[in-house]
Structure formats: structure tokens, C-alpha cells
Design a protein around this ligand. Structure first.
Ligand code: GRF
Length: 197
């Protein structure tokens, strides 16, 4: 039986598309829901165009009540009965309460070579530090921000004239290869770390 995957987004959803487009044929999983915390997320239209059910839980309706927002997210997710949640450019920090409900089932892609540069502005920080390379990581989600076990990384060189934008674009190409590769393994029960060459 295929694993059921829900994908959480906040923006353009290019990582979501790379996951969805890989989940065909002998892939051990299928997408069952694309959920956004922003009604205007560009990825929602891309999901609809692929006949994937979509939902919106607008975090702004809940003000600073994070627990209420996460309870609403969980309600919507439970109806879709996912086996795996993929955070793909989902820009809300999730707390212990949410994470423990879905423990061991949540993946995220982060645009840095973790444990370096958790949080925001990862590309600018890599350039500022003079790092010779940058990249992305897929990791299990725990209550510690960007702190769960890494399941795969991909690397790119940092070039002398890179800006945060040019480096982000080069890393994003790797994200689109790395996340589907890790999800395929994870959905078939393989939780070993494997980096892209
Ligand atoms: C990606 O760089 C992801 O790593 C970061 O936000 C960006 C989302 O892009 N967390 P998209 O919405 O998948 O196009």
C-alpha cells in the first residue's frame, strides 16, 4: 500500500512540485494533500493543476495563539490521514505539541548544510562567513528548530561573485533533486542518511 503524503507550503511550492512529480509509477508514496498557511501561496494553484486536494489554514486568523493554529492544522491533516508530512518552504515554526502528534513522520528541507545556519538568511550567512561551499539538508522535524536528524545533504560551491540570490538559486536546483530522493527512501522505510554526490 502506498504511503500517504501531505505537503505543507507557504510560497511558490517549487519543492512541493518536485515531490509530487516524483510520486508516480513504482514510488512508494502518493500525495494526498497540499496545505498552506497562506491563502495566496503560489503553490496552491500548482497543486490544483496536478489534481491534488488543497487546504488553507491561515495563521493570521489565530493571532499569537500558536497552539490554536497548530490544532487547526492537525484537524485538517487528520482528515487526509497522512503517513508522512513534508514541510516544503513552510515558514511557520512548529512547537512540541504539534511535532509530538506526528513524531517520526515529519520531514523538512532547509537551505544550508546543517548544523550550520539554522533559521533564516542562510545563504547570506554562508557568503558572509567565507564558506567555500553551501547546500541543503533534508532532516526529520523535532521541536528544536532545524535540529532533527539529517537524512541527506547536497552541496554546491560558493562562487566569488555570488550574492544571496544567485547562491539561493543554485541551492534550489539541488533541493529539487535531494528532497524527492530522500522521500523515496523514507517512504520505503529507509531512514539512513545518504547525501547526493
Ligand atoms: C526553499 O529554499 C526552502 O529550502 C526554503 O524555502 C524555499 C521554498 O521554496 N525553506 P519553494 O516554495 O519550495 O519554491
Amino acid at each position: 500500500m502506498s504511503k500517504r503524503v501531505a505537503i505543507l507550503i507557504s510560497g511558490g511550492g517549487s519543492n512541493m512540485v518536485s515531490l509530487v512529480d516524483d510520486m508516480t509509477d513504482d514510488h512508494p508514496a502518493r500525495p494526498v494533500l497540499v496545505l498552506s498557511n497562506r491563502p495566496d501561496a503560489g503553490g496552491l494553484e500548482k497543486a490544483r493543476a496536478r489534481n491534488i486536494p488543497t487546504a488553507v489554514v491561515d495563521h493570521r486568523r489565530f493571532g499569537s495563539d500558536r497552539a490554536a493554529f497548530e490544532a487547526a492544522l492537525t484537524d485538517v491533516l487528520e482528515q487526509a490521514r497522512p503517513d508522512i508530512l513534508c514541510l516544503a518552504g513552510f515558514m511557520r515554526v512548529l512547537t512540541e505539541g504539534f511535532v509530538s502528534r506526528w513524531e517520526g513522520k515529519v520531514l523538512n528541507i532547509h537551505p544550508s548544510l546543517l548544523p550550520k545556519y539554522k533559521g533564516l538568511h542562510t545563504h547570506a550567512r554562508a557568503i558572509e562567513a567565507g564558506d567555500p561551499e553551501a547546500g541543503c539538508s533534508v532532516h526529520e522535524v523535532t521541536a528544536e528548530l532545524d535540529g532533527g536528524r539529517v537524512l541527506g545533504q547536497a552541496r554546491v560551491p560558493v562562487l566569488p561573485d555570488d550574492t544571496a540570490a544567485t547562491l539561493a538559486a543554485r541551492v534550489l536546483v539541488k533541493e529539487h533533486a535531494l528532497y524527492p530522493a530522500v522521500l523515496r527512501r523514507f517512504a520505503s522505510g529507509d531512514t539512513c542518511r545518504k547525501d547526493l554526490p
